[in-house]
Design a binder for this molecule. Structure first.
Ligand code: GDP
Length: 175
């Protein structure tokens, strides 16, 4: 490594949502620009980082993935501690994953800081022919709850960058 990189801010962002909606692939896409077909869930909380520049400041995003624990309802308060941003992810082809969003939001609001910046993310937008959640339903929900909203495809790298940069910039603007 050639010298210490200067970090001005570290922002913790958590990924939440049902299993298999694509959280770890969204993280892999943002942190490493990678995508793995048929990825397996790993057990145990983990995070990855990526440093971006916002307004000439170096911002390290520390992004946490539940890594399979959502299956066992074992996402603990430690996971949410210190989080300043959250990606609330559902799968546009799985209605149930969207119906569970209200519960995830409740859990998030119960554990996280009240100023946390939240993005509702409808992932797998590349599977339009299997769509089970109309964009309008998600838009209405997001508007009602005061959340940002975007549809993404981790597979095609659509909007993943924009989703994270929107959240990080909003956090940056309120700290
Ligand atoms: P997690 O359990 O929420 O972390 O979900 P994963 O990231 O492990 O993804 C679950 C499955 O959905 C895997 O087979 C992924 O390859 C697939 N997947 C994730 N993102 C996308 C996407 O944007 N489009 C498509 N078509 N498949 C995806």
């Amino acid at each position: 490594a050639a010298g210490a990189e200067r970090i001005d801010f570290v922002f913790k962002v958590v990924l939440i949502g049902d299993a298999a909606v694509g959280k770890s692939q969204i993280l892999a896409r943002f942190a490493r620009n990678e995508f793995t077909i048929d990825s397996k869930a790993t057990i145990g909380v983990e995070f990855q980082t990526r440093t971006v520049v916002i307004d000439h400041k170096s911002v390290k995003a520390q992004i946490w993935d539940t890594a399979g624990q959502e299956r066992y309802r074992a996402v603990t308060s430690a996971y949410y501690r210190g989080a300043v941003g959250a990606m609330l992810v559902y799968d546009i082809t799985k209605r149930q994953s969207f119906d569970h969003i209200a519960r995830w939001l409740e859990e998030l609001r119960g554990h996280a800081d009240k100023n946390i910046v939240i993005m509702l993310v409808g992932n797998k937008s590349d599977l339009e022919e299997q769509r089970a959640v109309p964009v309008e339903d998600a838009k209405e929900f997001a508007q009602r709850e005061g959340l940002f909203f975007l549809e993404t495809s981790a597979l095609q790298a659509t909007n993943v960058e924009t989703a994270f940069l929107t959240v990080l910039t909003e956090i940056f603007n309120i700290v």
